[in-house]
Design a protein around this ligand. Structure first.
Ligand code: MV4
Length: 667
């Protein structure tokens, strides 16, 4: 085994690799860019070397600097992680030339899988099943058109140098062929500088099923079963699982053995993944081979009980594979959800900013969190905005999926927008629960996954209202215990003595404001909130314990989780995640954490307009300030008669959710 290795990567995968190195007693060297001086992967390493400015070209992608760092620290081997230099044959060669072990396959194996047509030729010759089609070198339009006709429409044109769906075109019939070819070539040339095409029979509803393989330097090869990565968005994986639902033992063995054929065909060594398209009829076809450890490797670790990074280090050090095929078994089921700083409701626009608050769910035998960031870290523009991989395991798919949904509902991040509630909607959606998976999953079920329609969610308005009422009462009590007594709407009981217990609050769902009037009825054990929302009136009561709301609505009881973030709230119920905000704060001021009196901004946004002068008397409900957030204007109104004694912002100012907007003195 090595004495010291260098990890030529950052973030969660660098941390992941160092965890295993430490376990094996291997010393670790981190490399870091100027943007990563305070990153977790740097503090985890035994030594760390600065390799330049933030842009990857000048640091993490700069092979010479990595080699230099190895020499300076005496590292014997380099683990490239995924991305960056992991599938760069030139870098693998450079390592060898400098007597440094590249923890990955031989450069020739990386090279061989770089071209789709060359890869297909090799795999076809080795007896790995291919999608019917054409992958020869004659690239004349006439030859390609004839290949399409022989294959049979519809066909898919794919760029030979392609990846990630770029330079790919579906052609339905002969009439469309010419235009489609021209379009695919244009895209391929601009993306890859190479417009060679291959032609494939189009499969209409395939699944993406990939097989993990491992080879050592002693002719041994095993497969560690499959992962289903069908749920993707723009060719980015979203949720992965192992094993693939609906696999038979026979299909598993056939795919596993085909994957080993593929690996042997290129004299593979180390960890590799053979990707297949699995058709609805059970036929499977080679798609590509990834010559690296993949992001989603943890689901394989969870169901096999193996540490794949340990296997990589052992194999690279010349040891034989730790286990033979007949010693490997699947136990249970695992999921991985990729938690990203991005906005699903804005075409998954990457989000940058500070992880102001970061609380992952507790880790256990069932829940694993692979991350490279800590609370307070920045998600910068330079690197992939993945925050963490949330991995769950249990005895079967249903239970593992339940664990995933639960863990997602417990994941708390504020400071930037994340895809957590989108992932929750996905994990709890009926077709996903049924394992009705294919590569069009997200497009097909768009309406139930995104916050495009409120129709289904208005049913949960009473839950949101009940939460806000109970939260107000709690913070009111907190404040009475504290010394923050000046504000009458903070301590609910104080002013309710003089007014009927009526709340005229309004709740915003995805930019639409709903009036949700509430009347308190009864007292003591019999006290209920009579909540009217969306044309229906219910009687509600409940208890709020931390983030758990124990709700009783017309006698129907349920426990849901509500997570505050950025002045908004996400309610996780079995129906999916619902985001809401307080539109008119008649349920009381909502930010109990900051202890802020007065008006906290309901969310990140911009102050558009100040509507009254400081010091002038205003009436209850009179508009005070207009804020714009999420492309919506929100009016902040007076909670009762009084005066604004101070505005903390001017028109045009950026405000963070939870920050005080103004100070109000009741009459
Ligand atoms: C296909 C296909 C259907 N038929 N090939 C997309 C990216 C590229 N690496 C391969 N891809 C596909 N190839 C044939 N002959 C459908 C896809 C595809 C896809 C594959 C895996 C995961 C997600 C996908 C999403 C859309 C299309």
């Amino acid at each position: 085994m090595f004495n010291k290795i260098l990890i030529a990567n950052r973030g969660e995968i660098a941390c992941r690799i160092m965890r295993t190195a430490r376990k094996l007693g291997v010393n670790t060297v981190a490399v870091y860019s100027d943007a990563d001086r305070d990153a977790l992967h740097v503090s985890m390493a035994d030594e760390a070397v600065n390799i330049g400015p933030a842009p990857p070209r000048e640091s993490y992608l700069c092979g010479e600097k990595i080699i230099e760092a190895c020499k300076a620290t005496g590292a014997e081997a380099v683990h490239p992680g995924y991305g960056f230099l992991s599938e760069n044959a030139g870098f693998a060669l450079m390592c060898i030339e400098n007597d440094i072990v590249f923890i990955g396959p031989p450069a020739a194996a990386i090279e061989a899988m770089g071209s789709k047509s060359a890869a297909k030729s090799i795999m076809g010759d080795a007896g790995v099943p291919l999608v019917p089609g054409y992958h020869e070198s004659d690239q004349s339009a006439g030859r390609l058109a004839r290949a399409a006709a022989e294959t049979g429409y519809p066909v898919l044109l794919k760029a030979v140098a392609g990846g990630g769906g770029k330079g790919m075109r579906l052609v339905q019939n002969e009439a469309e062929f010419g235009d489609a070819l021209a379009a695919a070539k244009r895209e391929a040339v601009s993306s890859f500088g190479n417009d060679d095409m291959l032609v494939e029979k189009y499969l209409s509803r395939p699944r993406h099923v990939e097989v993990q393989v491992f080879c050592d330097q002693h002719e041994h090869a095993v497969y560690l079963f499959e992962r289903d990565c069908s749920v993707q968005r723009r060719h980015q994986k979203v949720i992965e699982e192992a094993p693939a639902p609906g696999m038979t033992e026979s299909l598993r063995r056939q795919m596993g053995e085909a994957a080993i054929l593929a690996a042997r065909a290129i004299d593979y060594e180390g960890a590799g993944t053979v990707e297949f398209l699995l058709d609805a009829d059970g036929a499977f076809y080679f798609m590509e081979m990834n010559t690296r450890l993949q992001v989603e490797h943890p689901v394989t670790e969870m169901i096999t009980g193996q540490d794949l990074v340990e296997w990589q280090l052992r194999v690279a050090a010349g040891e034989p594979l730790p286990l033979e095929q007949n010693q490997l078994q699947i136990h249970g089921h695992a999921f991985e959800a990729r938690i990203y700083a991005e906005d699903p409701d804005n075409d998954f626009l990457p989000a940058t900013g500070s992880l102001v608050y970061l609380q992952p769910p507790p880790e256990s035998r069932h829940v694993r969190v692979d991350t490279g960031v800590l609370q307070g870290d920045e998600v910068s523009v330079y690197y992939d905005p993945m925050i963490a991989k949330l991995v769950t395991w249990d005895e079967n798919r249903e239970r593992a999926l339940g664990r995933l949904a639960r863990a997602l509902s417990e994941y708390r991040i504020s400071g930037l927008t994340t895809n957590i509630s989108f992932l929750y909607n996905l994990a709890t959606s009926e077709p996903f629960v049924r394992a009705d998976l294919d590569t069009q999953f997200i497009e097909k079920h768009h309406a139930s996954l995104f916050h495009t329609s409120n129709d289904a969610r208005v049913r949960d308005l009473p839950l949101a209202s009940l939460y806000l009422l109970l939260r107000m009462e709690q913070s009111g009590q907190d404040r009475v215990r504290g010394d923050d007594l000046f504000s009458p709407w903070n301590s609910s009981s104080a002013w309710r003595l003089n007014e009927p217990a009526v709340h005229n609050g309004a709740i915003v769902l995805n930019g639409t404001e709903y009036d949700v009037p509430v009347v308190e009825v009864g007292s003591g054990d019999q006290r209920r909130f009579r909540i009217s929302a969306a044309g229906k009136t219910v009687l509600a009561t409940g208890e709020l314990k931390g983030n758990e709301l124990y709700a009783d609505i017309d006698g129907y009881r349920q426990r849901v989780v509500v997570v505050p973030h950025d002045g908004m709230f996400t309610l996780f119920s079995p129906a999916g995640a619902m985001q809401f905000a307080l539109a008119r704060p008649d349920y009381g001021e909502e930010d109990s954490q900051s202890g802020a009196a007065a008006f906290a901004a309901p969310m990140h946004g911009v102050v558009v307009k100040q509507l009254v002068e400081a010091g002038v008397m205003v009436e209850k409900n009179q508009p005070l300030v207009i804020m714009e957030a999420m492309k919506m204007e929100h009016t902040i109104r007076a909670p009762r008669d009084g005066t604004v004694t101070e505005f903390y912002f001017e028109a045009g100012d950026q405000v963070s959710g939870g920050e005080d907007l103004l100070k109000f003195e009741p009459a």
